[in-house]
Design a protein around this ligand. Structure first.
Ligand code: SF4
Ligand code: SF4
Length: 84
C-alpha cells in the first residue's frame, strides 16, 4: 500500500523535498506542474516511509488504508497520473 495525496494539496512541494525516493510529481521543475490540480504519489515507487505526512501543512497525505471513505477514489487518481 502506498501513500496517497488528496485534492486539498496546495502544491507547495514540502512533500517533494521530504520524499527519499522522489516518487511525488509533478515537481515545480517539471512540465505540467502549472496545470496539475495537485501532486501525486507514484504507488510503484513509494516505500511507505511516511516522511511526507508530517511536512504537509494541508494534511493532504494519507496512507491508502487510512483514507476516509469519501476519499478512496484518490488511490486511483494518484496511480493514474503515472499511467498516462
Ligand atoms: S511515504 Fe515516503 S516514499 Fe512514499 S511518497 Fe511519502 S515520503 Fe515518498
Ligand atoms: S506537502 Fe501537502 S500540500 Fe504540499 S505539495 Fe505535498 S501534499 Fe501538497
Amino acid at each position: 500500500m502506498a501513500f496517497v495525496i488528496v485534492d486539498t494539496c496546495t502544491k507547495d512541494g514540502h512533500c517533494v523535498d521530504a520524499c527519499p525516493v522522489d516518487c511525488i510529481h509533478p515537481t515545480q521543475a517539471e512540465r505540467g506542474f502549472e496545470r496539475a490540480p495537485q501532486l501525486y504519489i507514484n504507488p510503484d515507487d513509494c516505500i511507505d516511509c511516511g516522511a511526507c505526512v508530517p511536512v504537509c501543512p494541508a494534511n493532504s497525505v494519507y496512507a491508502a488504508e487510512d483514507l476516509p471513505a469519501e476519499m478512496t477514489r484518490f488511490v486511483e487518481i494518484n496511480a493514474s497520473y503515472y499511467t498516462h
